[in-house]
Design a protein around this ligand. Structure first.
Ligand SMILES: Nc1nc2c(ncn2[C@@H]2O[C@H](COP(=O)(O)OP(=O)(O)O)[C@@H](O)[C@H]2O)c(=O)[nH]1
Ligand SMILES: [Mg+2]
Length: 288
C-alpha cells in the first residue's frame, strides 16, 4: 500500500517540523492542512487512475459484491429477532413463584414479606452470577400471579418473553392438577408461544419435602389432563378460535414432546435455595 506509506510520511514530516519547536503553532497547523489537501488530491488522482486501469468487468463485479454485502447486512438486521432477556414466572398461586423470584434475585427467600396480588417485576443480575467475574448480563424476571383475573397480565409479558417458567407445587400437586393443566393448556396454545416457539420449563417446586411427587409423575399427570382437555376443547371450538392453536399431534395421546416449542421439566426448592436447574434454563434461553 504505497499510498498509506506516503500519507504516513507526510504526517511524520509535519509532526517532525513541529517537534523542532521553533515554528509557530499556527504555521504548523496551516502546513498540516495544505499538506493534507495536497495528499488527498494526489490520492484522488491515483484512485481515478486505478479505476481507469481496471477492466470494467472487474469494476462491476466489485460494485456488485459491495451492494450484495450491504443488502445482506440489511436483511439480516431486519430478520434478526430482537433478543429478549425476559423470563416469565407463572403458575397457580401458592406454587412458590414469589419465593423463586427472590431466590433468583437475592439468593434468599424473603419468607413472609411478600404478597402475591401484583406481578412482581425486576431487572437484575442472577444472584449466582454476581460472584462471577467478567461479563454479566442482567435479566428481566416477571412473576405473574396465577389468579384467573390476573392471568390476562400474561398477554402483556409473554409476547416478548425469552422463556416461560411454569411453576408447579409438587407436594400439593394432585388436588391442583386439573387447574394447572388448564392454565398450562392456555399458555401452550397462545399465539405468541406457538408462533415464536418460546421455550417453556415446567418447574416442580418444593422438592425438598419427602412427600413431593417426582417430576416424571408430574409430567405424566399433566400430559394426561391436557389430553382430556384437548379432546373436550376441539369438539366445542372451531367457531370461536381466535388466537388458539391446536396442541400436539391429532389422533395421538398428548405428550409435551409434540409441542412445537421446547418443553422441559425440572425440579427446584425455592425455600432451600435449590434453583440450579431453573438458573440453567434461564442461562440457556437468555444466553448469558
Ligand atoms: N416447602 C416449601 N414451601 C415453599 C417452597 N417455595 C414456596 N413455598 C411456600 O409456598 C407458599 C407460597 O409461596 P409463594 O412464593 O407466595 O407462591 P406464589 O403464590 O406462587 O407466589 C409459601 O407459604 C411459601 O413459603 C419450597 O420450595 N418448599
Ligand atoms: Mg406470588
Amino acid at each position: 500500500m504505497p499510498n498509506g506509506i506516503d500519507l504516513a510520511q507526510a504526517f511524520m514530516l509535519v509532526l517532525g517540523g513541529d517537534a523542532l519547536g521553533s515554528v509557530g503553532e499556527e504555521m504548523s497547523m496551516e502546513n498540516l492542512e495544505t499538506e493534507l489537501k495536497i495528499h488527498v488530491q494526489k490520492l484522488m488522482v491515483k484512485a481515478q487512475e486505478l479505476i481507469e486501469k481496471t477492466p470494467p468487468n472487474q469494476l462491476y463485479a466489485a460494485i456488485a459484491v459491495i451492494i450484495f454485502t450491504v443488502l445482506l447486512f440489511i436483511i439480516l438486521r431486519l430478520f434478526k429477532r430482537e433478543s429478549s432477556n425476559t423470563i416469565v414466572l407463572t403458575g397457580l398461586s401458592g406454587s412458590g413463584k414469589t419465593v423463586l423470584f427472590y431466590q433468583l434475585r437475592d439468593g434468599s427467600s424473603h419468607q413472609g414479606t411478600v404478597t402475591s396480588m401484583e406481578p412482581n417485576e425486576g431487572i437484575f443480575v442472577l444472584h449466582s452470577e454476581t460472584i462471577k467475574k467478567g461479563k454479566i448480563k442482567p435479566i428481566h424476571v416477571v412473576d405473574v400471579p396465577g389468579h384467573s383475573r390476573l392471568r390476562t397480565k400474561l398477554d402483556d409479558y409473554v409476547p416478548k418473553a425469552a422463556g416461560i417458567v411454569f411453576v408447579v407445587d409438587a407436594v400439593e400437586f394432585l388436588p391442583n392438577c386439573r387447574a394447572a393443566a388448564e392454565y398450562l393448556y392456555e399458555i401452550l396454545t397462545s399465539a405468541s408461544v406457538v408462533k415464536r416457539k418460546i421455550p417453556l420449563l415446567i418447574l416442580c417446586n418444593k422438592v425438598e419435602k419427602v412427600t413431593a411427587h417426582t417430576k416424571e409423575f408430574v409430567r405424566k399427570q399433566l400430559e394426561k389432563e391436557i389430553d382430556k382437555l384437548r379432546a373436550s376443547r376441539t369438539v366445542v371450538s372451531d367457531a370461536d378460535v381466535t388466537n388458539e392453536f391446536t396442541l400436539g399431534t391429532p389422533g395421538e395421546t398428548f405428550t409435551f414432546s409434540q409441542c412445537l416449542n421446547q418443553v422441559t421439566i425440572a425440579e427446584a426448592s425455592g425455600l432451600t435455595g435449590d434453583v440450579l436447574q431453573l438458573e440453567d434454563f434461564i442461562r440457556g434461553v437468555v444466553k448469558l
